[in-house]
Design a protein around this ligand. Structure first.
Ligand SMILES: *Cc1c(COP(=O)(O)O)cnc(C)c1O
Length: 392
């Protein structure tokens, strides 16, 4: 009997390959920009989450550099030991003010913020209700929280209501993405907030794809819908997407934030993000509030792309966000489309199960304020060409 690690692990890899679900990493050799080089080849890329093009903004880079001159690179400790720098602290205060919340708390990643918040807020005897298309980090946290974990149908308020009416749990937590990461649509947040209030449940929104992109000042879906701290008590945002840096935060009441500091294990038992990253994020936050032209340009690109894709006859989802998935069906078809695009110099990633439901493999096109209209037109031309070829 061969009990070696390799012998036991290999069959799952073969199965994944046979199902066209094998994942490969590409090696990026340039900054994350619309024109980049991966694996030695140049592409126009439509797959980054750097929605506002801030990851390479000169002022953000300069701030990172100057803060590193002052603080060095590593934070050297967790926030509760002595890794909580004045830059972290100032960023938290600015994020709280930006979100109209009492406090904000930085986490090293969005995955950890979701994990930390959900597991600190609910446990045995409680219930957590999640949209079935929620991000993996939210689903994982719900599953591991020891609370009764229920998934409701995507954006289906009736389905959620039925579940809320049946539960006898002590604490009830409703969790959704503000903008769904693989579909690009919004959650019906005002209605969810109302439902939460009717049922004495708490609402948590992960706005990883909404922050920076929506709302008058870029405050995300919470600002877009005008939801207060009372209506939306647990607000989570990430800094690695529209903010162009790294990390995440939770914003809410004083008591919420103190609870997370005391009880959220992924907050407590990890090294603080580098202070220079927090400093650079402060510059991103300023740019994002002061310069609305990036959001306006991005909206124009979204409308332009949707109009063009509809003319070609591609199947888009109902999305007003920079996430514009083209649904292609099975894994092989999505991969073939992605490869045809790559051959024409466009990098768009095929998203397959288990990330999305079986039969809904897709190209996840993402737009950024760093793209030009001409670049979007070039992508549309390539898609027309491939669509004709595939149909012929
Ligand atoms: C990217 C993402 C996360 C994870 O954030 P990281 O900072 O990358 O760990 C969480 N939720 C959603 C919806 C995301 O898209």
């Amino acid at each position: 009997m061969d009990n070696s690690l390799e012998h036991i692990l290999a069959p799952a890899l073969s199965e994944r390959r046979a199902a066209h679900r094998y994942r490969h990493r590409r090696v990026l050799e340039t900054p994350q920009l619309p024109e980049l080089v991966v694996d030695g080849k140049s592409y126009q890329a439509f797959c980054s989450n750097d929605y506002l093009g801030l990851a390479n903004h000169p002022a953000v880079i300069k701030r990172l550099q100057s803060a590193a001159e002052h603080f060095g690179v590593g934070s050297g400790a967790s926030h509760l030991v002595n890794g909580h720098s004045s830059e972290h602290h100032a960023l938290e205060e600015e994020l709280a003010a930006f979100c109209g919340r009492e406090r904000a708390l930085l986490f090293s990643t969005g995955y950890m913020a979701n994990f930390g918040a959900i597991t600190a807020l609910v446990g045995q005897g409680d219930a957590v209700f999640e949209d079935r298309l929620n991000h993996a980090s939210l689903l994982d946290a719900g599953l591991l929280s020891s609370a009764r974990f229920q998934r409701f149908l995507h954006n289906d308020l009736d389905n959620l209501q039925t579940r809320l009416e049946k539960t006898e749990a002590a604490r009830k937590l409703i969790v959704v993405d503000g903008v769904f990461s693989m579909d690009g649509d919004f959650a019906p947040l005002p209605q969810l907030a109302q439902l939460a209030q009717q049922h004495n449940a708490w609402l948590m929104v992960d706005d990883a794809h909404g922050f920076g992109c929506f709302g008058q000042r870029g405050g995300g879906t919470a600002e877009h819908f005008g939801l207060t701290q009372a209506q939306l008590p647990i607000l989570m945002g990430t800094l690695g997407k529209a903010f162009g840096t790294f990390g995440a935060f939770i914003a809410g009441s004083e008591v919420l934030i103190e609870t997370l500091i005391q009880f959220a294990r992924p907050y407590i038992y990890t090294t603080a993000m580098p202070p220079a990253v927090a400093a650079a994020t402060r510059t991103s936050l300023q740019l994002l509030q002061q310069e609305s032209w990036r959001r306006e340009h991005l909206q124009q690109l979204i409308v332009h792309f949707r109009r063009g894709a509809a003319e070609i006859g591609l199947q888009l989802l109902y999305s007003a966000s920079p996430i514009q998935p083209i649904i292609l069906g099975d894994e092989a078809r999505a991969l073939a489309f992605s490869e045809e695009l790559a051959a024409r110099g466009f990098l768009v990633i095929a998203i397959r199960p288990p990330t999305v439901p079986v039969g809904s493999s897709r190209l996840r096109v993402t737009l950024s304020a760093a793209h030009s209209v001409a670049q979007v037109d070039a992508l549309l031309n390539a898609l027309t060409d491939i669509n004709n070829k595939v149909r012929a």
